[in-house]
Design a protein around this ligand. Sequence first.
Ligand code: PAF
Length: 273
Amino acid sequence: MKILSNPKELLTSLKELKGSIGFVPTMGALHQGHLSLIKKSVMENDHTIVSIFVNPTQFLPNEDLSTYPRRLEADIKLCSLAKVSLLFTPSYEDLYFEDEVTLCAPSKLGYVLEGFSRPSHFDGVLRVIMKLFNLVKPTRAYFGKKDAQQLKIVEKMVNDLFLNIEIIPCEIIRDEEGLALSSRNAYLSNEEKKDALKISKALELASKEVVKGNKDIKKIEELMGKTLAPLKVEYAKVLRRDFTALNELEIGNSIILICAHVGSTRLIDNIWI
Ligand code: PAF
């Protein structure tokens, strides 16, 4: 496995690669969720490129940029074992320029839910993803469904800017108790991990309601609110898969999303109905 951090070296190296390229952009601290994306890419492409870059432009000033877990040594081992062809680990200075041309998240989809609590977050995500897409020029790029809104916005960027990249949504990976895997789970104490299980429990109860035939969004949202108490809930919502409001739940076109704080850790999770 090659490891490069310089964009020019990456471009030169890519000239030698023949065949399809699968790309998995990450911020490192790799877990089984990332590995499932990498495995899928390795299966579906001639080459797999993984990037590790904790992107400052997608963090708000009060967020966890400085404490975000960084485990490069372990990540390199995992990527190598997973048969990644090339690992790209740029620095901020490698990727960003003074007074540069930037991208903006869509003014509706980019400013609800995650974008409401974290305005400018998706601007930063699109900025870095566009740079990485232009460098790697992947055939396919793999994104986890846990960051459902990010996935939708990246799909929209690919569509709106006529990029020739197939975006592959990948299933959420959970631990044995149901907690959706996230690099931020590393912040949770054992006690907090138990509290965090309320999130997947609330989603499970909501989906059970749907199976019973309940399509009443208010009732489902109330049930989730009760299950999540006493966590600080930012949202527990049933929406259309394009993130617009629904009158009643539509099977095959709905998504149920939760964002809740467990101690000082902000966690998100969802299920697609
Ligand atoms: O989902 C993430 O880890 C990040 O938002 C991404 C896609 C790597 C962009 O920095």
